[in-house]
Design a binder for this molecule. Structure first.
Ligand code: DAH
Length: 381
């Protein structure tokens, strides 16, 4: 470019007037200056690029300084864009591209270090991870005492072919009472007052897991062999011994020729698995609307110390569950022919067994979710 201008200058010199010469001279000087400036600006941009690449970022303060200098609203690169007017026309495009590259390099570097420092936060020195440091202990939860007892019971019955049936806690009147041979106005309903859903006289919180019997018998064909664990509700005054919510496990076995002896043997097996091979059971005649005959089962607890006297009311026997042969009316209500099928059922509370096993004196502790209480069971599986 410079060579061409001087050549041109020499040739026209001979023919042109002094004005033209002056103009040309001025143009050349100006152009020469302009070219010199362009080169300087390019060099300046190049230096900015190199310094920003070499910039050390090891902590949040250094990152912030970098951001202000190269990425922030008044950054150095922005100022360089203003220089474009001083750049030789032919090189304007090249200059623009170079500046964009510098801008992108700054933004990329900022992003990279920003995420790196964020991931590494806590390490203010920015020295990275200490791979030899011992790991943070992972806090492990503990099973709730009610779940511990429930799981044991489920295991015991699963081993002899019972499957788990889970059903709704919001029940209707029919499944909870009527189907279970407790029609409206039956006095047995008084013993199981519950909570009704607002504006409903038929939807309620189930009072016992026996409602699952009706759910299963109306939807499955015999043979039926299920246990139904779950939460139940009663309108009871809350005290250290009773609560308005608690858990039960229901059992139901329906098949041809199921007898009272089958029930007794099944429950003896359960008692021995649950309370040890020496456990003895006794069945006391009782009444439940949905079984006939009905019984209450006690397990021999022993009378070794004062606590045993208190727990067993001085008899040595502990009441565990209610049971009986499924009343033919219940079978008919649920569409099963009592001439063809018979069965037994049982139902037991979980809280009392949990309280005995873990020496818990107040049932309310089981529902308060106080972690200081619950943590004590972390070692139990
Ligand atoms: N549903 C009874 C209750 O909550 C317990 C019960 C007794 C269940 C006898 C049964 C049974 O299946 O046969 O008090």
């Amino acid at each position: 470019m410079q060579g061409f201008i001087f050549c041109f200058y020499k040739n026209v010199l001979r023919h042109c007037t002094s004005e033209i010469i002056t103009i040309l001279y001025l143009y050349t000087v100006f152009n020469h200056k302009h070219i010199k400036m362009s080169v300087e600006i390019f060099a300046k941009v190049q230096t900015v690029l190199e310094t920003l690449k070499a910039e050390k970022i090891e902590n949040a303060q250094e990152l912030e300084a970098f951001r202000i200098r190269y990425v922030g609203s008044k950054n150095e690169i922005k100022a360089l864009f203003g220089e474009i007017k001083n750049v030789d026309n032919e090189r304007k495009k090249e200059f623009g591209q170079l500046l964009n590259d510098v801008k992108q390099a700054a933004e990329k570097k900022y992003e990279l270090y920003n995420t790196e420092l964020e991931n590494n936060s806590g390490d203010q020195s920015g020295n990275g991870l200490d791979l030899t440091a011992p790991s943070e202990p992972i806090p492990s939860g503990s099973r709730h005492p009610v779940s511990l007892v429930l799981n044991r019971i489920i295991n015991i019955f699963e081993r002899i072919g019972f499957t788990v049936a889970e059903e709704r806690e919001i029940e209707d009147d029919w499944h909870n009472f009527t189907a279970m041979n407790t029609p409206e106005d039956h006095p047995a309903r008084d013993m199981q007052d519950t909570f009704y859903l607002k504006d409903s006289t038929t939807e309620l919180l189930r009072t016992h897991t026996s409602s699952v019997q009706a759910r299963i018998m109306t939807t499955q064909k015999p043979p039926i062999r299920i246990i139904a664990p779950g939460r139940v509700y009663r309108n009871e005054t809350i005290s250290s011994r009773s609560h308005c919510q608690f858990h039960q496990v229901e059992g139901l076995y329906i098949d041809k020729n199921v007898s009272f002896a089958d029930m007794k043997q099944t429950l003896l097996y359960f008692a021995r698995e649950m309370y040890g091979p020496q456990a003895e059971i006794r069945l006391r005649p009782s009444f439940f609307p949905f079984t006939e005959p009905s019984a209450e089962m006690d397990v021999y607890w022993g009378l070794k110390n004062d606590d045993d006297y208190r727990i067993t009311k001085g008899t040595g026997w502990l009441e565990i569950l209610g049971c009986g042969m499924v009343d033919p009316n219940v079978l008919i209500n649920c569409g099963i022919d009592p001439e063809e099928y018979s069965g037994f059922a049982f139902g037991m509370g979980i809280e009392r067994q949990a309280m005995l096993q873990f020496k818990i004196t107040d049932i309310r502790q089981l529902f308060e979710n106080d972690t200081r209480f619950l943590k004590q069971f972390s070692g139990v599986i």
